[in-house]
Ligand binder design. Structure first.
Ligand code: FAD
Length: 306
């Protein structure tokens, strides 16, 4: 069996693997896609100490760093079932079952998409999902935020300090964001909130986003808004479908952890975007992965040898 088996090969899983391997314990990583969300990122400007890098470059560095240690990396493999026990079992979609004395879950998350024409074509060319990451790219420009929940209104307030103007488009006739956020957004002169707006497509000039079309659901009238950027804030979905019923999840489906990365199952830790950690960022996921690996090691040295 492994001493530590890590499920997920994004920044959290890579950091966990390096911290575990450096303890000289038997470490394995299962990754559906090594690199994770980082592979889909164009420019990264907030990875502290590196002024600017790109996703594929950072993903390649992650893999190289992990492989410089004695770690079994099983790429293009998907976990489908976790079973608790003295030895924890992880069943893979290919039929194999791996056993380990401790497990770190770092399967990440994915942004909910609008599923409208133009969204994929202009992803990274004006269509963005992370205001902390991409907000500064739209300095002085006009942008939209899709979604009037807490993350949408927080994004609008955040962006309003950087960009020229923010249009918030909410599908329903009410905003779901907390009243205090709504008050703040309403008090800002460069935020316009439009309710009952169904975004129908993203338009662009072939290179970049130039605007979006929406339908006013009250009147059925079509409208066009000229924009340089669209921030889609309609939810971040944790990759925990395969864990449902086996481990404690929050109402949003995130793995509930304490400040050591411990989950509801002894010997099972979790890190990164898949957890209840506030703020989903590369550097935060790496810190959390390191914490989870140190906690797993601490668990192992207190456990009877199996
Ligand atoms: P992920 O990166 O999501 O990795 C999850 C890993 O788990 C992957 O290897 C995946 O294949 C694997 N996996 C999932 N399910 C299974 C399964 N069942 N079995 C096996 N493996 C599985 N953050 C920043 O700090 N700066 C930025 O500029 C930035 N820009 C971004 C731009 C975009 C377009 C996106 C989508 C995200 C951006 N982020 C940015 C956020 C950042 O990418 C994430 O916070 C970070 O990647 C989270 O790391 P993670 O390891 O928790 O999860």
């Amino acid at each position: 069996p492994y001493d530590v088996l890590i499920v997920g090969g994004g920044p959290a899983g890579a950091a966990a693997a390096i911290y575990a391997a450096r303890k000289g314990i038997r470490t394995g990583v299962i990754a559906d896609r090594f690199g994770g969300q980082v592979l889909d990122t164009m420019s990264i400007e907030n990875f502290i100490s590196v002024n600017e890098t790109d996703g594929p470059g950072l993903a390649a560095n992650l893999e190289q760093h992990v492989l410089s240690y004695d770690v079994d990396v099983m790429n293009s493999q998907k976990a489908k079932k976790l079973t608790a026990g003295d030895l924890i079992s992880v069943e893979l979609e290919n039929g194999a079952t791996l056993k380990s004395r401790s497990v770190i879950l770092s399967t990440g998350a994915r942004w909910r998409e609008m599923n409208v024409p133009g969204e994929q074509e202009y992803r990274g060319k004006g269509v963005a999902y992370c205001p902390h990451c991409d907000g500064p790219l739209f300095k002085g420009k006009r942008v939209a935020v899709i979604g009037g929940g807490n993350s949408g209104i927080e994004a609008a307030i955040d962006l309003a300090g950087i960009v020229e103007h923010v249009t918030v488009l909410e599908f329903s006739d009410t905003l779901r964001a907390d009243a205090i956020l709504q008050r703040k957004a309403n008090s800002m002169s460069n935020i316009t909130i439009i309710k009952q707006a169904l975004t129908t497509d993203v338009s662009g000039d072939g290179q970049r986003v130039t605007g979006l079309n929406y339908t006013d659901r009250a009147t059925n009238e079509p409208h066009y808004v000229e924009l340089a950027g669209i921030f889609v804030q309609i939810g971040l979905i944790p990759n925990t479908e395969w864990l449902q019923g086996d481990i404690e999840l929050s109402k949003h489906g995130e793995i509930v952890i304490d400040n050591r990365g411990q989950t509801s199952i002894p010997g099972v830790f979790a890190a990164g975007d898949v957890t209840t950690v506030p703020y989903k960022q590369i550097i935060i996921a790496m810190g959390a992965g390191s914490t989870a690996a140190l906690s797993a090691f601490d668990h192992l040295i207190r456990s009877p040898l199996i």
